[in-house]
Design a protein around this ligand. Structure first.
Ligand SMILES: [Zn+2]
Length: 321
């Protein structure tokens, strides 16, 4: 499932919009660090979310970038959180090749409540609900889906709970999103994240699934890695002047840390006029007539806000190409 080939030159040429896999010492502790600059700025700039929701949506993007780059096939990793709070849904996905996008839905009339959040508070914004991870390997392949209740005050904590409940994989995660002033004095969104997991089948001495309990030695290595991960500060995850390798060295220099081939991310949406037309074709004539305004229907993509306009032709029965 995981594809981490050691690279000849571990130092990536870029420090933004990249995901760097790593291994702590010789242990079964595997991790990923993500730094998003222009990719997350474009995702969040296309929406007009109150800051707390922009932060949470950016965290979801950083999370799917870390998880999606662990998949070795040409598929897509989709994160969805649904709740009964002022925010009803957040969706983010990462496709093989690096396309990253995210969107959120505020419940009608709840924008003020969203603005009152102290930050990216998952439990306040979505309240009770579920989180779903879907691995989509294309139309002819079976989908994998894991579902757990939303559990925790933050997305990072809910993710730890997801992996514990759904996959029985010990996990530690930290996520951060914020505005940072760039060299030209403009405020830009940035996101960062780091995670470690105990993956016996991916290094170390034991096969995955061989034993749920860890050997003492494993347990020590895991506990140390997880505790050190918690010491990372949001500023360190966001600061463009701290290279990902430098941050890894700060955290794990005692055990040693090995990095692998980095992967990249960029903003990208898969919507198209054809896809929207296909959706519209499934409505009845009455529904279409209800949707018409001045003889046309305008549909905008939830992810990228691209607007698609469909006008009826002279017969009034068909959309003009
Ligand atoms: Zn789109």
């Amino acid at each position: 499932m995981f594809d981490d080939t050691p690279s000849g030159d571990p130092r990536p040429q870029r420090t933004d919009d990249l995901i760097l896999p790593f291994q702590v010492g010789d242990s079964a502790v595997r991790g990923r660090i993500v730094r998003l600059g222009p990719a997350v700025d474009e995702i969040l700039s296309r929406h007009d979310y109150p800051d707390p929701l922009a932060q949470l949506t950016g965290q979801a993007a950083a999370l799917v970038a870390m998880l999606g780059t662990a998949l070795k096939f040409d598929g897509k990793l989709i994160f969805q959180a649904q709740g009964d709070g002022p925010v009803s849904m957040i969706v983010a996905d990462y496709s093989a090749g690096g396309a990253l996008r995210a969107t959120a839905t505020i419940r009608e009339g709840a924008k003020d409540t969203v603005e009152k959040a102290q930050g990216a508070e998952l439990h306040y914004l979505l309240r009770k609900g579920h989180m779903v991870m879907t691995i989509d390997q294309g139309p002819d392949m079976e989908r994998y889906q894991g579902v757990t209740p939303l559990d925790g005050p933050t997305l990072a904590k809910a993710t730890i709970s997801y992996f514990s409940q759904s996959e029985q994989i010990p996990t530690a995660v930290e996520l951060a999103v914020g505005r940072v002033t760039d060299e030209e004095g403009r405020e830009r969104w940035r996101a960062g994240g780091i995670m470690v997991q105990f993956m016996p089948g991916e290094g170390g001495t034991r096969e995955r699934g061989e034993d749920v309990l860890m050997a003492d030695e494993d347990e020590d290595a895991w506990n140390r890695a997880a505790i050190l991960l918690e010491t990372v500060k949001p500023d360190e995850l966001l600061d463009p002047t701290i290279a990902p390798e430098e941050l890894l060295f700060r955290l794990y220099h005692e055990d040693g840390v090995r990095v692998f081939e980095p992967k990249t991310a960029h903003f990208g949406c898969t919507c198209s006029r054809d896809k929207v037309a296909n959706v519209l074709s499934q409505y009845t004539r009455e529904d279409i007539e209800d949707m018409l305004e001045d003889g046309a229907i305008e549909v905008s993509c939830d992810f990228c806000r691209e607007a698609y306009r469909f006008e009826l032709d002279e017969s009034g029965k068909q959309f003009r190409e």
